[in-house]
Design a protein around this ligand. Structure first.
Ligand code: HEC
Length: 107
């Protein structure tokens, strides 16, 4: 392989490495935003979803359950006093992120 060609291959490999790094940074900032989003729920559902009193606890609930409830509220399939209004303000990505975070919290 001529030197120029090797140089090009190395360049391509480096570019791919950079892409992987960028992707990882993005992935970790998305999981970080789950924690930020969960702070919006804390007033009612407790810090990190650990509810005190009669409020439903979100911490440690299965992710699929949380996502489904949020979608049901959002789409009007489940009614409530407040959640059907609140859920409308969250995108599908935000629901995924907050549900991932809450499902990973200790009950
Ligand atoms: C203003 C208070 C309030 C806030 C803020 C709030 N919730 Fe709720 N949530 C409730 C109430 C009250 C219920 C019971 C259903 C109802 O009356 O709407 C509930 C129910 C739920 C349920 C159903 C629980 C179950 O056991 O089925 C989920 C899931 C949920 N909330 C998720 C969230 C998430 C995620 C957030 C933050 C993005 C959030 N809530 C923010 C008051 C709140």
């Amino acid at each position: 392989m001529p030197a120029k060609r090797i140089h090009r291959v190395v360049q391509l490999l480096l570019a791919q490495l950079l892409l992987v790094c960028a992707w990882q940074v993005q992935a970790s900032s998305i999981s970080g935003s789950g924690a930020v989003l969960a702070a919006n729920c804390a007033n009612c559902h407790g810090t990190n979803g650990r509810a005190i009193g009669a409020m439903p606890a979100l911490a440690g609930q299965p992710k699929a359950y949380l996502v489904e409830q949020m979608r049901a509220y959002k789409e009007g399939r489940r009614t409530g006093t407040i959640m059907h209004q609140l859920a409308k303000g969250y995108t599908e990505e935000q629901i995924e992120a907050v549900a991932t975070f809450l499902s990973q919290q200790k009950r």
